[in-house]
Design a protein around this ligand. Structure first.
Ligand SMILES: Cc1cc2nc3c(=O)[nH]c(=O)nc-3n(C[C@H](O)[C@H](O)[C@H](O)COP(=O)(O)OP(=O)(O)OC[C@H]3O[C@@H](n4cnc5c(N)ncnc54)[C@H](O)[C@@H]3O)c2cc1C
Length: 376
């Protein structure tokens, strides 16, 4: 049960992932009656583990879920850079043998964290699955929302927490092209229920402009395949077999364990494909609507911080409501101002460091990275 102030104000949150569930927690605490609308049948599961570090540790402590996260953490031990003969060219020891686990940074499975957040809010928040917002209209004191199932309802506020292809952003702020910056790379994620490498180990194999990452934990292995492309590739985002073929065509004929990994990718039940891009907006709020998480400021998976930025962003908004005692206009202004420098710094770091070290462009750069690691 979340401690909340009592008001009769209402907020609709679009999207039930990290941004949406965390925003639901903080808005409920600020006294809002919260409804979350999620387009999927349930929570959208899948994806690689999420990092909880730095500022985010303090936030999950304030939310009362720190111990739960800690007890479910994954303890990665070693990162290895492989060449095409499967020889290890460099390593980064993430944890020494016998060394106790860090207290200031955790990795946790995406699904486990989603379930922890859902359990935190499920009794205080109304969830509507398999529905979505189709239009928004400002009225004098409210915002009128029309849903895909035809119903119409007024809310005091709407929060777009619906990810990188946010429909709230599209409906209220303008088309994706205005805000989305393509980073010249595509990636796929497949998770198989077996260990393809030693547990708690990550392996990288690169060829110029392409990267393969294996990540093994809890009897699972993530297979991440990433390639560079100067231009955007037209594809149907609902057509998974077309996306699998794009990846297959890019990687077929490559060395190391590529044939085996492509077969796993083609046979797998889970598959996630997207372009690497960043969302940059001059303001994350307009009128009675705000964006939180990837919808407003995706830094791209290359930042390795998608989950934590969403958790941090929701807390920044929650703190702003606390600071201005529920005055949403002042709270929105504060959220835009105080959270922006951190986002700009993370997005810049991806451009200057992340992309080059994850997917180097030449054999020389690969060799240098393999020997020097990621420099963290
Ligand atoms: C299935 C899945 C797997 C992912 N895997 C990875 C990964 O492996 N590595 C990585 O770095 N990042 C991954 N991501 C992205 C990562 O979750 C986000 O970067 C980060 O968690 C930010 O969270 P978010 O809540 O802002 O957005 P997201 O986690 O993307 O969540 C957006 C939510 O909104 C819902 N939604 C979308 N459109 C609508 C709509 N019109 N109406 C209502 N709801 C809608 C989605 O179903 C989803 O639940 C994945 C996202 C998803 C959805």
């Amino acid at each position: 049960m979340i401690m909340q102030k009592l008001t009769n104000k209402t907020v609709l949150i679009s999207g039930a992932s990290f941004a949406g569930l965390c925003a639901a927690y903080w808005m409920n605490r600020s006294g809002y009656k919260v409804t979350v609308v999620e387009i999927a049948k349930g929570l959208k599961m899948g994806g690689t583990p999420v990092n909880i570090e730095g500022n985010t540790v303090g936030i999950v402590k304030r939310m009362g879920i720190f111990e739960n996260i800690k007890s479910n953490r994954i303890a990665m031990e070693m990162l290895e850079f492989k060449n095409s003969d499967d020889v290890t060219e460099g390593t980064m020891e993430l944890r020494k043998k016998g060394e106790s686990l860090k207290e200031d940074g955790f990795e946790i499975e995406r699904n486990t964290l989603l379930n922890i957040l859902f359990d935190l809010v499920k009794n205080d928040v109304e969830f509507v699955f398999e529905n979505s917002i189709t239009s928004l209209k400002d009225t004098t004191n409210h915002i009128e929302v029309t849903f895909k199932n035809g119903s119409v309802q007024d809310f005091d506020l709407v929060l777009g927490c619906d990810g990188i292809h946010s429909s709230v952003r599209k409906i209220w702020f303008g088309h994706q092209e205005e805000y989305s910056h393509f980073l010249g790379q595509y990636f796929s994620i497949t998770i198989v229920d077996k260990l393809l490498i030693k547990e708690n180990t990550t392996q990288f194999f690169n060829i110029p402009d392409k990267a393969i990452m294996l990540n093994a934990y809890n009897n699972k292995t993530d297979i991440v395949l990433c390639f560079r492309s100067e231009n955007e590739i037209p594809y149907d985002y609902r057509n998974e077999s077309q996306q699998r073929k794009i990846i297959f065509d890019q990687f077929k004929g490559e060395s190391w364990r590529t044939p085996e990994l492509l077969q796993e990718m083609m046979d797998s039940k889970t598959f996630y494909f997207d372009k690497l891009c960043q969302i940059k907006m001059p303001s994350w709020t307009k009128g009675r609507v705000a964006l939180v998480g990837d919808a407003g400021y995706c830094a791209s998976p290359a930042a390795g911080m998608g989950g934590s930025l969403a958790i941090d962003g929701a807390a920044a908004l929650g703190d702003a409501f606390e600071k201005f005692d529920g005055n949403f206009e002042l709270a929105f202004q504060d959220y835009n101002k105080t959270f922006r420098p951190f986002i700009e710094e993370v997005q810049e770091r991806v451009l200057t460091m992340g992309l080059e070290t994850l997917v180097p462009r030449t054999e020389d750069a690969i060799s240098k990275r393999n020997k020097g690691g990621f420099g963290f």
